[in-house]
Design a protein around this ligand. Sequence first.
Ligand code: DGY
Length: 354
Amino acid sequence: MSKYVVTIVLAITLATPVVYSDNSTMTKHLKVLIASNDLPVSGVKLLQEHFTVVQNRFSYYGDDEKVQSQEECLKLVPGCSAIVWASSHSITDELLDKAGPNLKIVATASAGYNHCNVDGLKARGIKLTNTPGVLSAAVAEIAITLMLVTARRFTEWLQQVESGKWVNGLDKYLGQDIRGSTVGIVGFGGIGQATAKRLAGFEVARIIYSGHREKPEGKALGAQLVPQDDLFQQSDFIILSAPLTNETRHMINRSTLGKMKKNAIIINVGRGDLIDQEALYEALKNNDIYAAGLDVTTPEPLPADHKLLKLPNVFVTPHIGSGTERTRNEMAILAAKNVINALTGKSLITPVLP
Ligand code: DGY
């Protein structure tokens, strides 16, 4: 064999990742940080098959843990090629700087990525992926749950059950029907559409949505695009499933609340900051609108003595939209697969920053 041929064979061999019999590529030398202790084990295992995984021993919930968690991440991140982020806390410039030049991708196990420091990632040329799609059904189920419990005044009923004093007269504490109502969906992406699909059996009068353009899926779901002000004025239920951006921050405020019907019910499964909470509190307290069902708040957790929680027409859940076993596993696996693809030169499955 000539020297020339040997060189070519050697070059090809070196450029091709070694594939083991179990199909994993030789990527074990790459370090991946799982940035909290609560990523479902399915995602952790998949990452461990391919990489050297370091995992934060703490979660981001609870005041003490939050500080420990941040410190541990800063300790573990130097030299990492990927970070899997599984919390809604912000990714700081400090963390990205500490990671250093090896860092190629951040994979957040969430659909929302407002906490991901997109500018910081962009400036450093780091890819970002999220996990849309796999969580739409679960979040839509929580949206429907919150519609039901607010329309049927569960906060008050639960108080009565707890106190043992039921006021169950035929004309007492009557709720509202979903049947015959107009449901307005702000943010008609995966979650908004999954919610519309699930409303099919509720005999609603209309489903309307707002947004920049008509969605091709709208027609089949019987949903109609309307200007946002019309949606606020006409809806009996207003479901917020939009991402948090500069444009959507505080879209529910004194002015938009003032346009709503007296019987309007606001459901938020997007992000707490879609709502100016002070304005919402006033509107609920004065019965300018009927009720609110919130799976997301500002801050999270909402302090137990928060004035919103004292209102009879509010029902709050602790950001559990995607919280089913199946969905959280699918999110973890999708985040892990995005990391694998990014670090083995394949296309990202759900890119935010490709
Ligand atoms: C998301 O993925 O953005 C959801 O808020 C998680 O529940």
